[in-house]
Ligand binder design. Structure first.
Ligand code: PHE
Length: 445
């Protein structure tokens, strides 16, 4: 293959773990997971979710790292190199291209939602007590210019971190902010222990009620596990490309998957007890759970004007460390090919995501009645294409490629597993993951 510009590696083992955990931990954990658990029967959903992480998420995460690390390049070129070195068609690189597209699409709406979180840091610090939290939310989102400003701020910060490089930008960002995220989350859980109905929260999350489980629950749990681990679009593949060769892929993936799950559960424990304590409902779902129900709780809670902003700061940090990984695969590709510099790539693709994001901004206000795919708004359509189609499709093809088409020696060179572990992993990646992910896809269409 032609010579690609080298990206360098993370400094130290922990940087990969922090960066990958940063990618994984995001709006999906702190906001998506609690409301999905809230609307799908609590504990039963949590159990199914854990199973999905273990038997589908972890094997695919390992596969992405294998492909990324052996080529040390963007998903497009890593897929191409793995395919050519296995004497397969270079068309497998299309998986990488799909990832770049998915990353930009997801970033476009992710940034709008994260922008609302930035706005809420201020709103929750100085709440207007004349307004109900529904009214507050509706005022916030009915102004397109307001949403656009925060969306712009969020994209600029994302592109700025990426432009500063892998070591000095992304690496430094996650080394400082991921520990802070952990610290704030612990504070939020302690707050829920003190100010909330903690026992009821625990019971809700951990005592399974299977009467509410139906086939849809399995699909939601699988989709959520996928999105939450950042799989299927090459984010983990790209971060794996910067991982040093002596780091063990199995134990590292278990650490990242474990931390991601821990954060999701802790977010549930931070949120549900205080909602229960104020006598509100947890299954109001969607956007409402965080911006309406939770905000209402903060208004009346002891020190709510401190914990409210802290909670939204937590969401913003988590979203930034995820958004970086949505943009990095595209930037990596265009800078390693020497087409443009890393800096220019960061801002050009950041601009593209910003521009597409305008559609999501308008879905909250001017174009809220406009329907794109079926009865979906622009925002919901992009969420659907990105999260429900492109991510599972990417994951499905990665599993099929690695399980059935990639040379076993090349894989084992990276994984270095004992026969027993290797065969177990093969079983999941060849059979379990493709069937399960295929099932999600079929029901989406
Ligand atoms: N995992 C992130 C979250 O939970 C979202 C994400 C998906 C990030 C795919 C990168 C790639 O919010």
């Amino acid at each position: 293959m032609e010579q690609l510009k080298s990206h360098g590696k993370w400094s130290g083992k922990w940087t990969f773990i922090l960066a990958a955990t940063g990618s994984a931990v995001g709006l999906g954990n702190i906001w998506g997971f609690p409301y999905m658990a809230g609307t799908n029967g609590g504990g039963a959903f949590v159990l199914i979710y854990l199973a999905c992480i273990l038997i589908i998420g972890l094997p695919i995460m390992m596969a992405e790292i294998v492909i990324g690390r052996r080529a040390s390049s963007s998903p497009v070129n890593s897929m191409k190199s793995a395919a050519l070195d296995s004497n397969r068609s270079s068309n497998w690189q299309l998986i990488g291209w799909g990832g770049l597209v998915a990353g930009i699409l997801i970033l476009s709406f992710y940034s709008v939602l994260a922008g609302i979180c930035i706005n809420y840091i201020f709103i929750s610090a100085l709440p207007d007590l004349q307004l109900s939290s529904e009214e507050q939310f509706s005022i916030t989102t009915s102004s397109a210019s307001n949403l656009l400003i925060w969306h712009t701020v969020f994209i600029l910060v994302t592109a700025g971190v990426i432009a500063s490089g892998i070591k000095n930008g992304i690496g430094r960002f996650v080394r400082v902010l991921m520990p802070l995220l952990g610290f704030i989350l612990i504070l939020m859980v302690l707050n829920a222990v003190i100010n909330g109905d903690f026992l009821r929260g625990l019971q809700f999350l951990f005592s399974p009620d299977f009467s509410q489980v139906n086939p849809q629950t399995f699909l939601s749990a699988m989709g959520q596990a996928f999105f939450s681990l950042s799989l299927g679009m090459g984010a983990i593949m790209t971060y794996g490309a910067y991982m040093s060769d002596d780091q063990k892929i199995l134990s590292t993936s278990i650490t990242v998957g474990g931390l991601d799950t821990l954060v999701a559960l802790m977010a549930g424990l931070a949120i549900f007890p205080i909602i229960f304590a104020s006598g509100l409902e947890v299954n109001s779902g969607g956007v409402g759970l965080v911006f309406i129900t939770l905000s209402q709780t903060f208004e009346t809670m002891f020190l709510g004007q401190v914990f409210g902003p802290l909670f939204f700061i937590l969401l913003v940090i988590a979203s930034l460390s995820s958004s970086i990984s949505l943009l990095e695969p595209s930037v990596a590709y265009f800078s390693e090919k020497n087409i443009i510099s890393r800096k220019s790539a960061a801002f050009i693709f950041g601009f593209l995501a910003w521009f597409l994001g305008i559609g999501s901004v308008l879905s909250f206000n001017i174009l809220s009645d406009f329907q794109l795919l079926g009865d979906r708004t622009i925002l919901d359509s992009i969420v659907f294409i990105g999260n429900n189609l492109l991510l599972p499709l990417g994951g499905l093809f990665v599993a099929i490629f690695v399980g059935w088409f990639m040379k076993k020696e090349l894989i084992q060179e990276q994984l270095q597993l004992s026969d027993g572990f290797l065969n177990t992993w093969y079983f999941f990646i060849r059979f379990v993951a493709p069937i399960a992910v295929g099932a999600i896809l079929i029901t989406q269409i």
